[in-house]
Write a protein that binds this ligand. Structure first.
Ligand SMILES: C=C1C[C@]23C[C@H]1CC[C@H]2[C@]1(C)CCC[C@@](C)(C(=O)O)[C@H]1[C@@H]3C(=O)O
Ligand SMILES: O=C(O)CCC(=O)C(=O)O
Ligand SMILES: [Fe+2]
Length: 367
């Protein structure tokens, strides 16, 4: 069977979901995702109203920072409302992303992620992994306001031009606007994180200002065996900050107190979570959020995920107030580029990525 035929088969497995699922989509039992509705637990994360902070109200800003601090000390996730992002823009993103995933497989393959590259369309990551395949299709684009992308084909404009030919302009411009809004929102959240850690309020905002980011859209088709498969396996994002918008279907879970708990979808909210790069930047004060996505039998689910990253060559150094004699540096110096390479060439991202990256870095450091 040539590789195109096997991808077409895989596409039919995901899209038609009539057959029993192939073995490579079955995750180990200990992942324990076979929950029944009455076993479902929800996370009690803070829902943070950003209006007062955006308006510059200082007393409310302190309160906002305290809520953020308590979430980041325990499981690393909160939701934000009154975030200033136009709901029409969010709806358009969902609409156009579904439009893309509804294209025939041959058309999606025009923007297929190439071996060794991070950008493009991916079907269950079947070209990267052979076991524990995620029950999803994804598109990943690069976003950099300064226009210094790694490969211009995989910034929104290039990507959708290849995918949609003449009709690319509308979707490319919506993607661009959405990423700009996400970058603005993430820098606002960086100010709150700075305040919450007692650092200079602009330290983290400045740190990320010139970084590129990853825009990832996930489509989880319905699955005949939702208790055996996973949409996205358990992991902490290796990036710094994640801003996720999920549709009403639900499926995102966080590991809290040893239990997997659902994050309730709210159309008016963004789910914000911390990733490993921010943990290193906070010198281990804050936690990365361990999470995963379940699939279900009858409904397709879409999530829009913006990953904030530092500039690739920037060394991850915590602000001075977070390094003391009682709390010495917890992680060695590294750049985002090194961590990204580790996740693409040496290690499949999971819940222990940062710990294993640190060991790997120390073992490979040349003195
Ligand atoms: C740097 C990244 C690697 C992944 C995409 C971004 C941020 C999160 C990572 C990921 C989503 C975590 C779960 C496993 C993964 C393979 C996936 O299911 O897509 C991860 C991404 C990746 O390596 O492509
Ligand atoms: O789709 C979701 O809810 C989670 C996706 C996710 O964790 C990711 O893309 O990193
Ligand atoms: Fe994630």
């Amino acid at each position: 069977m040539d590789s195109n035929t096997s991808l077409q088969n895989l596409h039919s497995v995901l899209k038609l979901s009539k057959t029993l699922i192939p073995q490579k989509f079955i995750w180990p039992k200990e992942q324990n995702h076979n929950t029944t509705p009455n076993q479902e637990e929800h996370l009690n994360e803070p829902i943070i109203d950003l209006q007062a902070f955006i308006d510059g109200n200082h007393d409310s800003a302190r309160h906002t920072a305290e809520l953020v601090r308590s979430a980041c000390l325990s499981h690393g996730l909160f939701q934000v409302i009154n975030h200033g992002v136009d709901s029409k823009l969010i709806n358009s993103m969902h609409y156009h992303v579904k439009d893309f995933f509804n294209l025939p497989i041959d058309e999606k393959m025009r923007v297929h992620r190439l071996p060794g590259s991070f950008w493009g369309y991916s079907l269950a990551h079947a070209d990267r992994f052979s076991l524990n395949l995620p029950w999803k299709e994804t598109i990943s684009c690069f976003f950099d306001e300064n226009g210094k992308g790694p490969d211009s084909d995989f910034e929104a404009t290039g990507f959708f031009k290849l995918a949609f030919g003449e009709d690319f302009e509308e979707i490319a411009s919506i993607f661009q606007k959405y990423c700009e809004a996400m970058k603005r929102l993430s820098l606002t959240i960086m100010e709150i994180l700075g305040m919450s850690l007692g650092a200079d309020q602009s330290y983290f905002k400045e740190f990320f200002k010139d970084g590129g980011s990853i825009m990832r859209c996930n489509l989880y088709p319905p699955c005949q065996e939702p208790g055996l498969a996973l949409g996205t396996g358990p992991h902490c994002d290796p990036t710094a900050l994640t801003i996720l918008h999920q549709d009403q279907v639900g499926g995102l879970q966080v590991l809290d107190d040893g239990k997997w708990k659902f994050v309730k979808p709210r159309h008016d909210a963004f789910v914000v979570s911390l990733g490993d790069t921010f943990v290193a930047l906070s010198n281990g004060v804050y936690k990365s959020c361990p999470h995963r996505a379940l699939v279900n039998k009858s409904m397709e689910r879409v999530s829009l995920v913006f990953f904030l990253c530092p500039r690739e060559d920037k060394v991850i150094v915590p602000p001075e107030n977070l390094v003391t004699s009682e709390r010495p540096r917890k992680y060695p110096d590294f750049t985002w580029s090194e961590l990204l390479q580790f996740t693409q060439k040496h290690y499949r991202v999971d819940i222990a990525t940062l710990q294993n990256f640190t060991k790997w870095l120390i073992a490979h450091q040349t003195t």
